[in-house]
Design a protein around this ligand. Structure first.
Ligand code: HEC
Ligand code: HEC
Ligand code: HEC
Length: 480
């Protein structure tokens, strides 16, 4: 553990804050596994590290038991494999290190081995671990395990999950190294206080005023999908600020996770995915790309290991639920009085935008952002910012480009990225890294240019913001 990641402090409040940071820092272990991704030609995004091994693990033969098969499906909805598998190791054997500001948390073995895994768990103990964060022997789990979300899972689904983890998973006899956090974070009993504030007990309660499809979507998003763990901002103590749409507008309103900005999954006063057609949302979750955007960062893992395996019907329900969030009178919400331009309308107008004309005519002298764009980005994303269907995302009207927080944009340009590889879209098309040849000022000006061209309305990016992100991408020294 590197000293620069430890902020110290022994007050209980700080300890509680630490507990939350664990949840926030979730899978930064992968980042430390592959810090070179920032400097490499980016064929593999950092988040794809454990995916390869998950895919390499032999898939157990399908069973005739429909309950077990349902459990397998639910385990994918919960993305258990991403956290509970170490690179190159058997699925569910645990051992994935997750770097946090307070030390490294190692995921545990949840295969049915009675000693090394959870083979000795009764169904009630399994349900208690998933819903309340209490292990079989009574010790508290750190919220790096998303039990506050899994608390929503109903009894029937819990039974199916238990059946799958008991009978559908290959036992792994090896116990991963134990999590050994420095005092005071080693005191797991502190989670009792954290849970008192953040653990909202009780399975999902349907909203009778809404359709069955909407309720199905809400159940998946709030529960097993734990989408809010990344997409909802966290409070000072590290708990999510809202666990459902009933808790306020802040739910799924966007947050920085693991060095990427997870965009809002609701209507805001900027372009967001909630304005996409439901077909586009389903396609994105199934294949990791649409004709205008592609997944990157932590979402690569989510698409590859989880959402691509969900049924079209379930993804359609997720889309219906997300499209309803923040929507006013069936249309998109807007806190301003100006009508919100959609990506479709901006794309249609983009070829005639002054930026497109200037790039095409080569009249960009004196505009440093446009110059950088012409020399580095134009070939793929095009002068009119429309990109190329399912290959190079369109920058015009893009929710990523217009996002309030530019963290993802800066990181994409500095470090590059590769799309998820899914059954529906196998090629992990990559964006190169530019951090080695563009200065902070270059990156700031090209992003400011992209955020103000083709009808986009993002705020300017400053060199200081770029410097900050560049600093987080530096590999952390192994032995301080
Ligand atoms: C975001 C990462 C993450 C996801 C997703 C996740 N877990 Fe966990 N889980 C953890 C971590 C980390 C621990 C260990 C926590 C600790 O040691 O305090 C854990 C612990 C557990 C335990 C306690 C085991 C023991 O005795 O130590 C069980 C059971 C469990 N997880 C089951 C699941 C299931 C089932 C799913 C999918 C529905 C799942 N987890 C999804 C991170 C995750
Ligand atoms: C481990 C963290 C994590 C989890 C869990 C997660 N996401 Fe994401 N998601 C991200 C990040 C980071 C991005 C930004 C990268 C991108 O746009 O591809 C993102 C982007 C997205 C986008 C694209 C938004 C846009 O404007 O382009 C959609 C749609 C999405 N997530 C849906 C979901 C849904 C639905 C769930 C739950 C089933 C979910 N996410 C769970 C991290 C996460
Ligand atoms: C070789 C082609 C190529 C070049 C050159 C390129 N990009 Fe990209 N860009 C991509 C690909 C491919 C993706 C999708 C990556 C992913 O999803 O992991 C992408 C993604 C993006 C995104 C995110 C869009 C979204 O919806 O996911 C932004 C913003 C972006 N690029 C900006 C830039 C800028 C600015 C430059 C110039 C500094 C640039 N790109 C140069 C290919 C390229």
């Amino acid at each position: 553990m590197s000293a620069r990641r430890v902020y110290g402090g022994v007050a209980v409040a700080v300890v509680l804050l630490g507990a939350g940071a664990w949840a926030v820092a979730q899978k930064s272990g992968e980042q430390s596994e592959a810090p070179a991704a920032a400097a490499s030609a980016s064929m593999a995004a950092p988040a794809s590290a454990p995916v390869a091994m998950a895919a390499a693990a032999p898939a157990p033969a399908a069973s005739a038991d429909p309950v077990l098969e349902h459990g397998r499906y639910l385990a994918r909805a919960g993305d258990c494999v991403s956290c509970h598998t170490a690179p190159g190791k058997p699925a569910f054997g645990g051992g994935l290190p997750m770097k946090t500001p307070f030390g490294t948390i190692v995921s545990t073995n949840i295969s049915p081995d009675p000693q090394a895994g959870i083979g000795a768990y009764t169904e009630a103990e399994f349900a208690r671990a998933l819903r309340e964060g209490i292990a079989r022997d009574g010790h508290r789990l750190y919220p790096a395990m998303p039990y506050p979300s899994f608390a929503r899972v109903n009894d029937e689904d819990m039974h199916a999950l238990f059946t799958f983890f008991r009978n559908g998973v290959q036992p792994v006899a090896q116990k991963p190294p134990a999590t050994d956090l420095p005092w005071p974070f080693s005191m797991r009993s502190l989670m009792i206080g954290w849970n008192w504030i953040y653990l909202d007990k009780g399975v999902y309660q349907g909203d009778a005023a809404r359709s069955a499809e909407w309720n199905r979507g809400a159940y998946l998003v709030q529960g097993l999908g734990h989408c809010g763990d990344c997409h909802t901002p966290r409070s000072m103590l590290g708990g999510v600020k809202a666990a459902s749409e009933r808790k306020g507008e802040v739910y799924l309103s966007g947050a920085v996770i693991d060095g990427w900005y997870a965009q809002p999954l609701r209507h805001t006063d900027r372009p967001t995915m909630a304005q996409w057609s439901s077909e586009d949302i389903v396609q994105y979750l199934q294949s990791g790309r649409t004709s205008h955007t592609a997944a990157f960062g932590a979402m690569v893992d989510v698409v590859q290991n989880s959402t691509q395996h969900l049924s079209t019907q379930d993804l359609q329900a997720v889309a219906v639920y997300l499209q309803s969030l923040g929507a006013k009178d069936g249309a998109q919400a807007s806190s301003t009085s100006t009508p919100q331009a959609t990506q479709a309308s901006l794309l249609a107008a983009a070829p005639q935008h002054p930026s497109a004309l200037a790039l095409r005519n080569g009249t960009v002298e004196g505009n440093s952002g446009a110059m950088v764009y012409l020399n580095n980005c134009n070939a793929c994303h095009r002068s009119d910012g429309t990109g190329a269907d399912k290959t190079f995302p369109a920058l015009a009207g893009n929710s990523v480009v217009n996002a309030k927080d530019p963290t993802s944009l800066i990181r994409l340009v500095l470090a590059g990225s590769a799309m998820p590889s899914t059954a529906k879209a196998p090629s992990p098309i990559a964006m190169p890294d530019f951090g080695w040849r563009l200065t902070d000022a270059d990156v700031a000006s090209v992003l400011s240019f992209a955020r103000s061209s083709w009808g986009n309305q993002g705020d300017a990016v400053t060199p200081a913001q770029v410097a900050k992100v560049r600093d987080t991408l530096k590999p952390v020294a192994k032995n301080p």
